[in-house]
Design a protein around this ligand. Structure first.
Ligand SMILES: C[S@@+](CC[C@H](N)C(=O)[O-])C[C@H]1O[C@@H](n2cnc3c(N)ncnc32)[C@H](O)[C@@H]1O
Length: 351
């Protein structure tokens, strides 16, 4: 494994949050994305939304109306990490949030961790969690050194800030890449960052909503909004015809509300175009599955079934309560593939 030597002690440290707004972005995409300032303010809105979300106590978390969904999402991320991370790996966690995956990376015995997120509040919470200072945590000591950075992963050229940390063996972007599809420039910068920072043969894993399911549900509904008691998705009147020309795949915005979790704009990511764009950045798709398929396949493995049981992700409900018809994909980088990046991916199904 191509791991770089580390001299940092394996005690806890994290860099102070920094903001890097930078060089990489640019204006609206060639496919007619949003204007620059609107794009910037949408990104800010997302950042402010996540920044303002405080850490929940264990009791609040267990009482959450979406606790089983949260546990299922965590199970999926755990499985992905266990499948693709190796002991000693250098990890880049794009849109790391409050560090909800730190324990998963610790279990995989990774060697180094860099987390980047646009939300200052989340980076602070992540640092608190890393340092073992949260109420619900018994002063957990992580076995890997970490660096946390506050930056817009879809605008900043991260390689300019992380040249001392790169290359990374594995890059993860969980439930967040869809925030990059507001413009072509941002979607490209996201992939350029992944490609520039991964070592040849490294791996990219992630999860995001399924565009096909979202558009299908929109077309099935009479109005511009659909959902249930815990979530709703709403499109603007500009999409009243419910047509989404292939010539304009970026900037397709909807509002997403998920009780107790999310309330901000998101963007549709047509997966076949994501795959094509990723290929331009030497990232080759090796696996894609929806959550149903993913759960079905990996529940067959005793260690993952045991993890599901421990997490209690299925609760009283059976898989019918799980996301229905989304997609999920995984890809793997292959060292024998002449240095071409591959990535593992999973697309989050719509609820
Ligand atoms: C649904 S949360 C997922 C957090 C984490 N990956 C997880 O799975 O727990 C989405 C995260 O994406 C982050 N995010 C959104 N846009 C971003 C951007 N442009 N750059 C970096 N982070 C971003 C948000 O701040 C938020 O923490």
């Amino acid at each position: 494994m191509n791991k770089r030597p580390r001299d940092e002690p394996s005690s806890s440290f994290a860099s102070a949050p920094k903001r890097h707004f930078g060089a990489g972005g640019g204006g609206g995409g060639g496919y007619g994305g949003q204007g620059y300032s609107e794009e910037r303010s949408s990104a800010r809105r997302v950042a402010d939304h996540y920044s303002a979300r405080s850490n929940q106590t264990l009791e609040e978390r267990e009482n959450s109306p979406i606790i089983h969904l949260k546990k299922l999402n965590n199970w999926i991320k755990s499985v992905l990490i266990q499948l693709y991370a190796h002991p000693g790996d250098c990890v880049l966690d794009l849109a790391c949030g409050k560090g909800g995956d730190l324990i998963k990376w610790d279990k995989a015995r990774v060697g180094y961790y860099v987390g980047v997120d646009i939300a200052e509040g989340s980076i602070k919470d992540c640092m608190t969690r890393y340092n073992g200072d949260t109420d619900q945590q018994r002063r957990k000591k992580f076995s890997f050194p970490a660096r946390l950075i506050c930056a817009d992963c879809y605008e900043a050229r991260l390689d300019e800030h992380l040249y001392e940390d790169a290359p990374f063996d594995i890059c993860s972007c969980q439930f967040a890449l869809h925030y990059s599809w507001s413009t072509e420039a941002r979607a490209r910068q996201a992939l350029a960052n992944v490609s520039a920072l991964l070592r040849p043969g490294g791996i990219f894993i992630g999860t995001m909503p399924d565009a096909n399911v979202i558009i299908k549900r929109l077309r099935e509904t009479d109005g511009m909004e659909f959902g249930n008691s815990v979530y709703w998705i709403s499109f603007g009147e500009e999409y009243a015809e419910k047509k989404f020309p292939a010539s304009r795949p970026f900037g397709i915005k909807y509002k997403f509300h998920l009780e107790d979790a999310v309330d901000c704009p998101e963007w549709v990511v047509p997966f076949h175009l994501f795959k094509l764009l990723a290929e331009e950045y030497d990232l080759e798709l090796v696996l894609m599955k929806n959550f149903h398929g993913f759960v079905h396949e990996y529940l067959q493995k005793p260690e993952f079934a045991e993890l599901m049981r421990r997490l209690g992700a299925l609760g009283d409900a059976r898989p019918t309560a799980l996301p229905t018809d989304g997609k999920q994909c995984k890809q793997r980088k292959d060292v024998s593939h002449r240095g071409r990046h591959r990535y593992s991916w999973s697309i989050k199904a719509e609820m």
